[in-house]
Ligand binder design. Structure first.
Ligand SMILES: Cc1cc2nc3c(=O)[nH]c(=O)nc-3n(C[C@H](O)[C@H](O)[C@H](O)COP(=O)(O)OP(=O)(O)OC[C@H]3O[C@@H](n4cnc5c(N)ncnc54)[C@H](O)[C@@H]3O)c2cc1C
Length: 307
């Protein structure tokens, strides 16, 4: 069964786009078409589509804001489930009387960080400048300036590939650097964060400070997926790449940023093939010069052109 046939059979009521260019949904602006992209508007629609895809053997891939994705030039097989419309924030009490913020997976992190600051809740300041969604941040265990999502995550509502919903308490899974421990093929539908009361002015000032640091060190006007490689233990990937003399190196339209060496950018009409070739050269040259094996932080997905 094709993705389009599945959508028809399920009578999916949300927005559907067929043959949708992934370049429109990734911060890199790279990627061929998804066979079909659906935009569930609530958890019920998400459950139906995940379960339908699983029972009919149609591949399904979840995306948030596409800010950590490199999609190959041949696009994505089957369904892409875009969670942008699961965008809500609710203040709740959790066990122990603490205040938690409950948020839909598609909520942009900067929006959530601003909401928390206005409410006088501290803990998400580090995320104010991370351009992903709550779901993507939980999946990736996003982090910056010494803080990570796992430090404040209380629990998640997961939809497993068979459509079954379950709550996962954050402490029950192993979370690592840029790996949130979410089971394979499960969708994060909602997340709860435990935050600490604080002065809104001071919280906003801290968030602004982090954003200022970002503006000074990152090429935010360029198309990128943030850091391309993970930092090896005890090292900084950007230092290794800069030290190997690779700033400005390019393949086709892809280039190593001159501002931040671990930001590989789509400087001008890059294809995924250009980007992957550049990543391989960077990896090899860093290995030759320093002995470190750089691992991608960006998630590479999809099918090759002509595949
Ligand atoms: C300019 C810039 C700066 C950045 N700075 C940082 C930074 O400081 N720290 C940092 O950690 N990252 C940073 N990033 C990378 C990126 O923003 C984060 O990894 C972010 O958490 C990804 O969220 P997303 O919604 O865009 O996820 P996507 O890119 O859409 O997806 C990333 C992965 O998460 C999975 N996923 C997404 N949503 C869900 C869901 N609801 N359920 C299950 N799986 C899901 C996808 O399948 C994919 O494997 C930066 C990126 C850019 C472009």
């Amino acid at each position: 069964m094709t993705a389009a046939e599945l959508i028809g059979r399920l009578k999916f009521a949300g927005e559907v786009r067929l043959s949708e260019p992934m370049s429109m949904h990734t911060s890199l602006g790279i990627g061929g078409p998804a066979d079909a992209m659906v935009f569930p508007e609530n958890v019920g629609q998400l459950v139906d589509i995940v379960k339908g895809a699983w029972s009919e053997g149609v591949p399904a891939f979840i995306i948030g804001n596409g800010t950590n994705l490199l999609v190959k030039d041949g696009g994505i097989d089957g369904l892409v489930i875009n969670l942008a419309k699961l965008d809500w924030i609710i203040k709740e009490n959790v066990e122990g009387g603490d205040i938690a913020i409950r948020s839909g997976a598609g909520t942009p992190l900067p929006k959530l960080a601003n909401f928390c600051a206005d409410e006088g809740l501290s803990g998400l300041e580090f995320a104010a400048g991370i351009p992903g969604t709550v779901g993507g941040a939980v999946y990736m265990n996003a982090g910056a300036y010494g803080y990570e999502i796992k430090d404040i995550l209380y629990k998640t509502l997961l939809i497993k590939e068979d459509g079954k919903a379950s709550e996962l308490i954050a402490g029950e899974t192993r979370k690592e650097y840029r790996h949130g421990g979410i089971p394979e093929n499960a969708a994060v539908a909602e997340a709860w964060f435990r935050l600490v009361p604080g002065d809104p002015g001071a919280i906003k000032a801290r968030a602004s400070e982090f954003i200022k640091k970002r503006r000074a060190s990152q090429p935010l006007a360029e198309k990128s997926a943030g850091s391309t490689f993970k930092n090896p233990p005890g090292e900084k990937a950007w230092k290794l790449i800069e030290g190997a003399g690779l700033k400005g190196l390019s393949v086709g339209g892809a280039a190593v940023s001159g501002k931040h060496a671990n930001f590989l950018i789509n400087a001008s009409g890059a294809t995924a093939k250009d980007f992957i070739a550049l990543m391989e050269i960077v990896k090899q040259k860093v290995k030759d010069k320093t002995g470190f094996d750089l691992e991608p932080e960006v998630k590479i997905v999809g099918r090759d052109w002509n595949a």
